[in-house]
Write a protein that binds this ligand. Sequence first.
Ligand SMILES: *Cc1c(COP(=O)(O)O)cnc(C)c1O
Ligand code: SF4
Length: 367
Amino acid sequence: MTLSASQCPKWNDWKWQFAHRIQTADALSQVIPLTEAEKEDINRCLSHFRMAISPYYASLIHPEDPQDPIRMQSVPMIEETFDCSNDLEDPLGEESDSPVPHLVHRYPDRVLLLVTLQCAMYCRHCTRRRAVGEEDRVISEKAFQNALSYIRDHPAIRDVLISGGDPLTMSTIKLEHIISSLRAIPHVEIIRIGTRVPVVLPMRIDDELLTMLKRYQPIWINTHFNHPREITPDSQRACEAIVDAGIPLGNQSVLLKGVNDNVDTMKTLLLKLVKMRVRPYYLYQCDLSRGISHFRTTVDQGIDIMHSLQGNISGYALPRYVIDAPGGGGKIPIVYPYVISKDDKEVVMENYLGKRYRYPQPKPEKA
Ligand SMILES: *Cc1c(COP(=O)(O)O)cnc(C)c1O
Ligand code: SF4
């Protein structure tokens, strides 16, 4: 396998990239040097959770660096096979909030619709690894109609988040069928798509796709950059094309040990995102999916990173740091305690430099 656009005429064809994903240790060893022991480790991991890396994403790996952040997110490490007592099969309790298959209804006004199990690259830290990647499977028409009926029958649902797997790995025609069916429901105001395609398969963001999406506005997209090295001319072009199509683009990162768990890396990432008009949305604390505990940082590290950034860079560049609570509690914002004390008379608080300030409360109104 050759790993550059100049050597491969179909490099910019997303279907070629998808069909040529690297899925075995042998194929990977053509791209980065692997010892026999490393290959054996990878094969052992593959019996737990599959690997697939688009040639584009693989080309970003520094071949000589085992700690390379692109490699850590895409190439299995033996730690994945270690048992950790806190690991959960369904870390976010999505099964119990699922009224019909493929739909998670946890919050009052919005649902998560899982339309496919396939991704362009299987992230080693994936939350939904229990299901994702098991096979390249797309929702059946019957299951989709069933989910659609549920949404139609629940007028409180104003926001449908299409996720998976990665919805943008589906054909434009299939995706249009899903989006147009949702758009036909009057109470569905917002359609959102969660996708890692701009990062791992940026050539997928083409005119055909964007022309289709523009017909069903308002559409919002969230993508998933974790490291500044993922921002390349290709991924930048993809993000800018989405925004130029009038689709607001946000980013959800996961705080990952060894990948982005320090202030400098996070700051560079966030500022580069804003520069290409991508708005940082959430920074997730790594959850308790099986086989990813080696990626977990302490919550204090997350709080410290956010605290170091607050005030030093624009609010536009700051995501909300959240824990998606195990057991189905949903996303809970975790913030540094800026409020030191609070009573009827005043609030005492600390600014980003650690200096204290007082804010007097309004006098209670006379009854
Ligand atoms: C994250 C999530 C959403 C969307 O939440 P927002 O905070 O609106 O982005 C909706 N449903 C489920 C089950 C989720 O996990
Ligand atoms: S793209 Fe998303 S769903 Fe797919 S493997 Fe990565 S984190 Fe999981």
